[in-house]
Design a protein. Structure first.
Length: 119
């Protein structure tokens, strides 16, 4: 049996663990700074929030989304080994994008919290 697919999946799992640790670290770090009970989840073109979610959802949504999508893609890689490369690339994109989104979003929420209210 060829160990290359197993090695690739092991490396992907390591990247996933690192990505999830980063996302969780952002949630913990910014979670200490963000005290609002509801936090913005999306920003409009005018720079103002368009909708809000409970604080816990706002802090941890990216972690859950990344974990769920990555697990689905890993299961697909297991059952569709001929598509392994594409699925691994998709996982890398999901992890990298959500790491950036989590850091940017929570930094922006932290800044928003200290801004004076708009009239």
């Amino acid at each position: 049996m060829d160990s290359a697919p197993s090695d690739v999946i092991a490396a992907t799992l390591m990247a996933l663990a690192i990505g999830l640790a980063f996302i969780a670290g952002c949630a913990i770090y910014y979670g200490r700074k963000i005290t609002a009970p509801r936090v913005p989840m999306q920003w409009g073109t005018n720079g103002r929030p368009t909708w809000f979610a409970p604080r816990l959802v706002g802090l941890w949504f990216s972690f859950g989304f990344t974990a769920i999508v990555s697990v689905v893609l890993l299961v697909l890689a297991h059952y569709e080994p001929q598509k392994l490369t594409g699925l691994i690339v998709a996982i890398a994109i999901v992890i990298g994008t959500n790491m950036w989104v989590q850091a940017y979003h929570l930094k922006r929420v932290s800044q928003w919290q200290t801004e004076p209210p708009a009239n």
